[in-house]
Design a protein around this ligand. Structure first.
Ligand SMILES: [Zn+2]
Length: 453
């Protein structure tokens, strides 16, 4: 018998509107079941970073999202058949950390034997990203990868082909020819064509090529690095105003936000005036910068971790071509390490990033939070910078960075309260990203994995 499809649609619509009546008339058919719930018993929950933590809560997750957060520890059976309980009733649960300044595919002091090929670099980057996830960093923004391996990593993690954090990528670093991040490949670097921005046409082209290659963000360097004289407080920007404007216009047209690397005051203010969403490093902001941050709703990502690292290894980093001498470099490192607190006191909104990558261990994000606190940022606000502020910067403020119904289930747990002692974030004992558990329980010691013969 030929039944008109329109008629079937009408019956289905009726069934949805009047399920009791429709079921009596329709033959039995499969009803879509809600997926079984994951029920987390949490001892304490930092549901909204910046606010006081909650006491014991039951967090219910279906598929990749949080569906409810209820006070008290409710039996898992309350949430349907097949529900699975995860007992974190003696742990502190908070949103997964967001590191806005990483370089998954830049190896510091690498030589050709450690990099070798794009494939080898991609493996190192994937391995490091996986360790970051294990350390509780569920989202990263990669702000510069001239080798071009990060878009594939982002997609492999998003598709579940590999386990890793959620990744937003900037791709090639845009600067003027010879500028920071757009120099000719150095020793140990794979060959690449720098994203050179010299005059408006090439600046637009660099942005558009990056967008074509999959960039979610546009990374532009407007000053030299902290190690270079072009990164000094009073240095002129390394881009001309029309170059910065061309980058901003092409990025805006493609709906890509800008992360602008800038140390010198003039570079910071040029980037802010052009509409950068984040200033990276931002060591030498002044009062005019503070006003611009507020007017433009921009955020600072100070990267104290890398400055602290450079400051502890002056012999390795001082001098060289265009480099700053030891005392001068130390003054920069001190200013940069003090940056988060100075910005906080000035009322600049903060994100959090480390400038970390495969050359570092994966406690860097937690240590950045500790450095914020050491420089005068209240711990609750430092954790907020690393969670809900990061989410807002990424345009995901209604889905990430809080423990609330409707949000993606990115959750981590630690022993004790990290608002009282941020160093606890160095040892994350549970990691869930988008409803999938990536770590539960303490790390397995070598003794426990020894194979008995
Ligand atoms: Zn960087």
């Amino acid at each position: 018998m030929n039944v008109p499809r329109r008629w079937i649609r009408a019956r289905v619509a009726a069934a949805l509107l009047l399920p009791g009546i429709a079921l009596a008339q329709e033959p039995p058919r499969a009803v879509a079941q809600a997926s079984p719930a994951i029920v987390i018993h949490a001892g304490s929950v930092l549901a909204v970073p910046g606010q006081a933590p909650l006491g014991p809560q039951t967090i219910v997750i279906r598929d990749d999202r949080i569906v409810s957060v209820e006070a008290g520890l409710k039996p898992a059976e309350n949430f349907g058949t097949g529900s699975r309980l995860i007992d974190l009733s003696d742990k502190f649960v908070l949103p997964g950390l967001i590191d806005l300044h990483v370089h998954l595919a830049i190896m510091m002091n690498a030589d050709s034997s450690t990099v070798g090929s794009e494939a080898k670099l991609a493996m190192a980057a994937a391995g490091y990203a996986n360790k970051l996830l294990q350390a509780g960093v569920t989202t990263v923004r990669d702000v510069g990868d001239n080798a071009g391996v990060t878009p594939a990593l982002r997609d492999a993690f998003a598709n579940g082909e590999l386990a890793g954090p959620r990744v937003f990528v900037a791709g090639r670093i845009i600067s003027r020819t010879g500028g920071h991040g757009a120099k000719k490949p150095g020793p140990g670097e794979l060959p690449y064509s720098p994203a050179a921005c010299d005059g408006t046409e090439s600046c637009r082209r660099a942005v558009r090529e990056n967008v074509e290659q999959g960039s979610d963000w546009i990374k532009v360097t407007v000053s030299g690095s902290g190690r270079e004289s072009s990164g000094r407080a009073d240095a002129a920007p390394i881009l001309l105003p029309d170059e910065m404007t061309a980058v901003a216009e092409a990025a805006k047209q493609a709906d890509r936000p800008i992360a602008a690397h800038a140390h010198s005051t003039a570079a910071i203010n040029l980037a802010l005036s052009a509409g950068a969403r984040t200033i990276e490093h931002g060591t030498y902001f002044d009062d005019a910068s503070v006003a611009l941050f507020k007017r433009q709703h921009a955020f600072l990502v100070p990267t104290a971790f890398v400055a602290d690292f450079v400051g502890s290894k002056l012999d390795m980093f001082a001098g060289g071509k265009d480099g700053r001498q030891s005392a001068d470099l130390k003054a920069w490192a001190d200013a940069a390490v003090a940056g988060p607190g100075r910005a906080w006191r000035a009322g600049i909104p903060l994100g959090l990033g480390t400038d970390g990558g495969p050359s570092f261990d994966t406690t860097s994000t937690a240590r950045e939070i500790e450095l914020y606190v050491a420089s005068g940022v209240p711990a609750a606000e430092a954790i907020k910078a690393a969670t809900s502020n990061g989410a807002a910067i990424l345009g995901m403020g209604s889905e990430l960075g809080q423990v609330k119904p409707g949000f993606l289930a990115d959750l981590i747990a630690v022993d004790g309260n990290p608002v009282d002692d941020p160093a606890r974030l160095r040892t994350v004992v549970f990691v869930m990203k988008q409803g999938i558990v990536h770590k539960s329980g303490p790390p397995i010691s070598a003794a426990r994995v020894r194979i008995e013969r």
